[in-house]
Ligand binder design. Structure first.
Ligand SMILES: [Fe+2]
Length: 490
């Protein structure tokens, strides 16, 4: 089984320059107009095939939980950035895992206060799996049996670590200790995935969980005060890996894509810590669909439209234009496909026209260098967001890493980029607003320097990323590459 996932992002060269939006239209498939930016395959390169690269180099798990205070700062840390930046990661307690995605959750946080960096902490998320020795070997995933390694969110004044399955785990924003699993007083049943969306107009948290047995998909709506959970089950023909979704002010947008859950492989995976089995497989023959459900409607009102098979880990954002839902995504040709299957990573704008009896799908390629882990100005979720920031994939052959920051301007098509010097590599660039306008603020990420085997925390002006860091906080520790973070405002 190849990783075939984001963890296998390792590309050949990225070519050329430019960056206008490329209008590549078609009724189903986008036409093959030439892009300024090439989109080479993301398939695991032969140099690392068969290696557990997610246990090496910048991915290698760290063993100790540390606390460092009064950190030095290069440049000027904007005083408006007062709060906690915290990012999740996969950090197997036992030192091994069958896949990058399948280690125990560890959060890495840095507390910022009026231009100072008061502390850095890394802490395991105290799940039931962790208490049982780590990994997936201690029972069926669900509830507190979660790896809780994907993302961190803040909602209704509480901070949650989230995983692909299981319950949210509440964290203390004061020291990153785990307060425990949260089922909202028994209201939340089933799984809760790592990419819920907060509607900035209502404060409602829209979320979903996918399950390995029926019901395969459940939608959850959590009230703005965090007190009430309403759930609806959505019928699917099979269990598929549904990592992300999107919302507009009127719609929930689900992606039923052909990475299919494999029970036999799951049993192999949990039966031995040395197993390399993973519980998903690429099955394009089952088809791919987008589902649109009214945000205030019922599961029976969901409508589906078939699309060409592909996989999307992350939506960039969605909004509605009249009868059309516009959805920007980071699209892979495949994921969890057999070793050697080509899989390019490209930015697409999908438009789903909801007028008429049947949905109509339109596909357009956006001309930007290969990148993933998108973030937007969260105040513009559901609106026609202009700005997005993504982690570019490294262009070094044989390397599995994200490289630097890409700012994409959807209005002009302009791409701004910044890469850390030399062999240093970043992760997700989280946007944090500090002024009223869209994009007025900063983006931030941990950056790893393999030469020194140390990391730093880097802050860029969100609308001028190519100018390089406005502040850098060197850390006396290594922060392994990870996934998604959030900023908890003090
Ligand atoms: Fe994700």
């Amino acid at each position: 089984m190849s990783q075939g996932a984001l963890g296998a992002l390792a590309l050949g060269g990225i070519s050329a320059s430019g960056g206008a939006i490329l209008a590549a239209c078609g009724s189903e498939q986008p036409s093959a107009l030439k892009q300024h930016w090439s989109s080479p395959s993301t398939t695991e390169p032969p140099e690392i095939a068969g290696r557990r690269w997610w246990l090496e180099g910048g991915f290698k798990p760290v063993r100790n939980e540390v606390t460092v205070t009064d950190l030095p700062i290069k440049g000027a840390l904007p005083p408006e950035l007062t709060g906690l930046y915290v990012r999740n990661s996969s950090n197997p307690l036992r030192g091994i895992s069958p896949h990058w995605f399948l280690g125990d959750g560890m959060v890495h946080g840095i507390a910022l206060d009026q231009g100072k960096a008061t502390w850095y902490r890394n802490r395991y998320v105290q799940t039931a799996y962790l208490a049982a020795g780590g990994g997936l070997g201690a029972g069926v995933p669900g509830g507190a049996s979660t790896l809780s390694n994907v993302s961190v969110i803040e909602h209704a004044g509480r901070t949650f670590s989230l995983g692909e399955v299981g319950l949210p785990m509440e964290l203390s924003a004061s020291d990153l200790s785990t307060l425990g699993p949260v089922d909202f007083g028994g209201q939340l049943k089933g799984n809760f995935t790592a990419h819920p969306k907060i509607d900035p107009a209502t404060g409602i948290l829209h979320a979903f969980g996918y399950n390995f047995t029926e019901p395969y998909l459940s939608y959850h709506r959590i009230s703005a005060d965090g007190a009430t959970v309403q759930s609806q089950d959505i019928a699917l023909p099979r269990a598929t890996m549904m990592h992300d979704f999107a919302i507009t002010d009127q719609d929930l947008v689900f992606m039923d894509l052909p990475v299919v859950f494999e029970m036999d492989e799951a049993i192999k995976m949990v039966s031995s810590p040395d197993s390399t089995a993973v519980p998903y497989a690429w099955k394009p023959q089952v088809g791919a669909r987008i589902g649109i459900m009214p945000i205030n409607g019922s599961a029976e009102q969901i409508r589906w439209v078939s699309i060409p098979p592909c996989y999307v880990y992350h939506t960039v954002h969605a909004h509605r234009e009249g009868s059309k839902v516009v959805l920007d995504v980071c699209r892979l040709d495949s994921s969890f496909a057999p070793q050697g299957t080509p899989s390019a990573l490209t930015r697409h704008r999908w438009t789903i026209d909801t007028a008429g009896k049947h949905l109509r799908f339109h596909d357009e390629i956006l001309d930007a260098p290969p990148a993933d882990l998108p973030t937007v100005d969260h105040r513009f979720v559901t609106r026609a967001a202009r700005h997005s920031w993504l982690a570019e994939v490294s262009s070094r052959p044989g390397e599995v890493a994200f490289a630097g920051c890409q700012h994409f301007d959807a209005k002009t098509g302009a791409v701004q980029r910044w890469s850390p010097p030399g062999s240093q590599r970043s992760g997700e660039w989280l946007f944090v607003p500090t002024a009223a306008g869209e994009g007025e603020g900063y983006v931030m990420s941990y950056v790893y320097d393999p030469r020194r085997q140390l990391s730093s925390f880097v802050v860029l002006d969100a609308l001028a990323v190519s100018k390089g860091p406005v502040a850098e906080i060197p850390l006396p520790v290594r922060v392994p590459y990870g996934f998604h973070g959030c900023f908890v405002t003090a």
